[in-house]
Design a protein around this ligand. Structure first.
Ligand code: G4P
Length: 530
C-alpha cells in the first residue's frame, strides 16, 4: 500500500470501509450488531436480527434464508464511532458462496476476520482470506467467544500464522479462558480491560488498571494474574510487535480477543479499525487510476440487488464512491451508455433503515434505485470516460438446465433469468441450438435460491435438471477465427446474458484440445464485468 499519498480531505480521511469475513456461526451477525450499538446506530442489541426476521417473511426466498439460517443477501451499513465513519459492507456468509462475495471485497479497503476461539481458522474463513490476499487487503482479526472454552492463546495465534501464512501480532491478550475469562490486557495501550458481564446489550463501562498495578488483584483472581504476566512477557518475546505498515500491506494481522455477545473487546476492535485500517484507497481503472481526493465524483457498481421490495420491481445498485464529494440530485454520466443520469434518490444504508443520502464522500457506499440501467461493473463519473477495472466474473462451477414448469411461460422465465444474471446471482447461457437455458452458479445452494426466488418474485415454478455440460469458457479472438470456430462447434456454443460467446463442455480435455489446436483463440474462465 502506497504511503506517499497526499493527505486526504478530513471527511474522506475519517472513512473506513470494510467487510467482515468469517465462517458461519463464528459471530459475524453478533459483532455487526455490537458495532452498530457502539456506533449509536441502534439503542439495543437484538434489533438487527429482529429486523432481519421481519424482512425475511416478505418472500419465499427470504423464507428460505430463514429456514436455512443463512444470509444470502448482502447490504451496506454506515455508522460513526468517535472520529470515524465506518462503512460496513456485509458479505454473504454461507458456505456456498457466490461471486457476490468476491465482488463485495472489491468495494472495501480492509477486512475484519472473525474466528471462533474454540474452532480457529475454518474453511470459509480460509477461502475468504485468500480472496483478500489476492487484493492485498489489510486484515484485522477478532477472536470471538472467549467466554467459552477456547484453545490456548498461543495455539490460536500459531494456527493463524501457519495456516494463513501471515504474521500475527497480539493487540490484546485474554485473561483466563471460558468461565474464567475476565478480560484482556490491551497490548497497544498497556492496560488491563475488564469484562463487565452485567449487561451485554448496552455499551459497557470500561474498567482499566495497569498490569503491574496492585489494584489488579481486586478484579482478577490471583492465579490468573501470574499466568497473564508470564504470557504477556512470552508474547512480547515470541511474537512480532505491531508494524502498522505491515498491516496496511496485508502481511501482518493484529488480533483482538473478546466476546461479541458480551459486547467485550468490541470497542478496542473499533478503535483498532480506526487506527490501523486504511483510509479510502485509489481505485484501479482504465485509462487511469482514480484517487479518492480527486474533487470530481467517480464510483462503481459492485452489487445489484433486485426485488428488495417485491411490491415494486425496483433494483438497488450499490455504488462505491471512488472519489469526490457527491450531493443528492447530482447529474452523473453512466460511462457504459454515455448517458446522463440524475441521482435524485440515493440511499444511504444507515443501520436503522434505508435513508435518503444528501451527500456522500469517497469511500462511502450508496444505493441507487433504478429500473435495470445500472449493472455490476458500471462506472458513474462527472463526464470522464473512466472504467473501473478488477471486478471479476467467474466461470460457474456448476451448470444445470432450467425449464419453466409451464412451457408457455418460457418468455417469462427468460426475463426472470436475465434479471438474476444482471444482478450477478447466476450466469445464464442461451444455447445456440435448442430451447431452454443453461444456468451456471458457483455453489449448489444457489440453484435452490434461484428456484425459490423465481417462484416467489415471478410466480413461476421452475425445474433445474442436470445439464450435459459441466464447464463454461468465454471465447475471444480475431473475429473471423471466432466465427469460424462457432460455425463448427454449434452444439457447444451459447451466449451469455451480455451476448458474449461461451463454449460449453463436460471435458477439460476439450478445452485443452481447443487451446492446442486454436492458439488464436482465448478460452477464459473469467470475464471482467463491463
Ligand atoms: P454468524 O453471523 O457468524 O453466523 O454468527 P452469529 O453472530 O449468528 O453467532 C452464532 C452463534 O454464536 C449465536 O448463537 C450467537 O449468539 C453465538 N455467539 C456470538 N458471539 C458469541 C460470544 O462471544 N460468546 C458465545 N458464547 N456465543 C456467541 P445461536 O445459539 O446460534 O443463536 P442465538 O440463539 O444466540 O441467536
Amino acid at each position: 500500500m502506497d504511503t506517499n499519498r497526499p493527505a486526504l480531505p478530513p471527511e474522506i480521511a475519517r472513512r473506513r470501509t470494510f467487510a467482515i469475513i468469517s465462517h458461519p456461526d463464528a459471530g459475524k451477525t453478533t459483532l455487526t450488531e455490537k458495532f452498530l450499538l457502539y456506533g449509536g446506530a441502534i439503542q439495543l442489541a437484538g434489533q438487527v436480527r429482529a429486523k432481519g426476521e421481519a424482512r425475511r417473511t416478505r418472500s419465499d426466498f427470504m423464507q428460505m434464508e430463514k429456514d436455512r439460517g443463512i444470509s444470502v443477501s448482502a447490504s451496506a451499513m454506515s455508522f460513526d464511532y468517535k472520529d470515524f465513519r465506518f462503512n460496513l459492507v456485509d458479505t454473504p456468509g454461507h458456505s456456498d458462496f457466490s461471486e457476490d462475495t468476491y465482488r463485495t471485497l472489491t468495494a472495501v479497503d480492509a477486512a475484519v476476520m472473525v474466528i471462533d476461539g474454540a474452532k480457529g481458522v475454518e474453511s470459509q474463513t480460509r477461502k475468504l482470506f485468500e480472496v483478500c490476499r489476492l487484493r492485498d487487503l489489510p486484515i484485522l482479526t477478532f477472536c470471538n467467544k472467549m467466554d467459552r472454552e477456547s484453545r490456548d492463546t498461543f495455539e490460536i495465534v500459531d494456527e493463524i500464522q501457519e495456516s494463513l501464512a501471515i504474521d500475527v501480532t497480539p493487540a490484546s491478550w485474554p485473561i483466563g479462558i471460558g468461565a474464567d475469562f475476565v478480560g484482556v490486557y490491551d497490548m497497544l495501550n498497556g492496560q488491563v480491560v475488564l469484562m463487565d458481564r452485567a449487561d451485554r446489550n448496552v455499551v459497557a463501562e470500561r474498567i482499566t488498571v495497569g498490569i503491574d498495578d496492585d489494584a489488579l488483584a481486586d478484579h482478577v483472581p490471583a492465579h490468573l494474574i501470574g499466568t497473564l504476566r508470564e504470557e504477556v512477557e512470552m508474547a512480547r518475546e515470541l511474537l512480532p510487535p505491531l508494524d502498522p505498515q505491515a498491516v496496511l500491506d496485508g502481511t501482518m494481522t493484529p488480533i483482538w480477543f473478546g466476546s461479541a455477545i458480551n459486547s467485550f473487546g468490541v470497542a478496542e476492535l473499533m478503535e483498532g479499525i480506526g487506527a490501523l485500517a486504511p483510509e479510502p484507497q485509489p481505485q484501479a481503472a482504465e485509462p487511469r487510476q482514480v484517487a479518492p481526493e480527486e474533487p470530481k465524483v467517480a464510483g462503481f457498481v459492485f452489487k445489484v440487488q433486485a426485488n428488495m421490495d417485491p411490491k415494486h420491481r425496483d433494483r438497488v445498485a450499490f455504488l462505491r464512491l471512488a472519489s469526490g464529494h457527491f450531493t443528492r440530485g447530482q447529474k452523473l454520466t453512466h460511462v457504459r451508455t454515455k448517458k446522463p443520469m440524475a441521482v435524485s434518490n440515493p440511499v444511504l444504508f444507515l443501520a436503522s433503515d434505508r435513508e435518503l443520502a444528501d451527500e456522500a464522500w469517497a469511500g462511502d457506499i450508496i444505493g441507487i434505485p433504478n429500473h435495470g440501467q445500472l449493472r455490476i461493473g458500471d462506472t458513474l463519473t462527472e463526464g470522464e470516460a473512466i472504467r473501473v477495472t478488477g471486478i471479476p466474473s467467474f466461470a460457474p462451477e456448476l451448470l444445470q438446465n432450467c425449464r419453466a414448469g409451464d412451457p408457455l411461460k418460457a418468455k417469462h422465465l427468460e426475463k426472470a433469468l436475465m434479471q438474476f444474471a444482471e444482478e450477478g446471482a447466476a450466469k445464464v447461457f442461451k444455447p445456440a441450438i435448442g430451447s431452454g437455458f443453461v444456468v451456471g452458479v458457483v455453489g449448489a445452494l444457489q440453484f435452490d435460491v434461484l428456484a425459490s426466488r423465481i417462484e416467489g418474485e415471478y410466480g413461476l415454478p421452475v425445474r433445474f435438471e442436470p445439464s450435459q455440460f459441466t464447464s463454461a469458457r468465454w471465447i475471444t479472438g480475431p473475429k473471423a477465427a471466432v466465427e469460424a470456430f462457432a460455425e463448427r462447434n454449434k452444439g457447444h456454443l451459447a451466449h451469455d446474458n451480455d451476448g458474449d460467446l461461451v463454449y460449453l463442455t463436460r471435458l477439460q480435455w476439450d478445452i485443452d484440445r481447443i487451446e492446442r489446436d486454436h492458439p488464436e483463440l482465448t478460452l477464459s474462465a473469467t470475464k471482467e464485468m463491463m
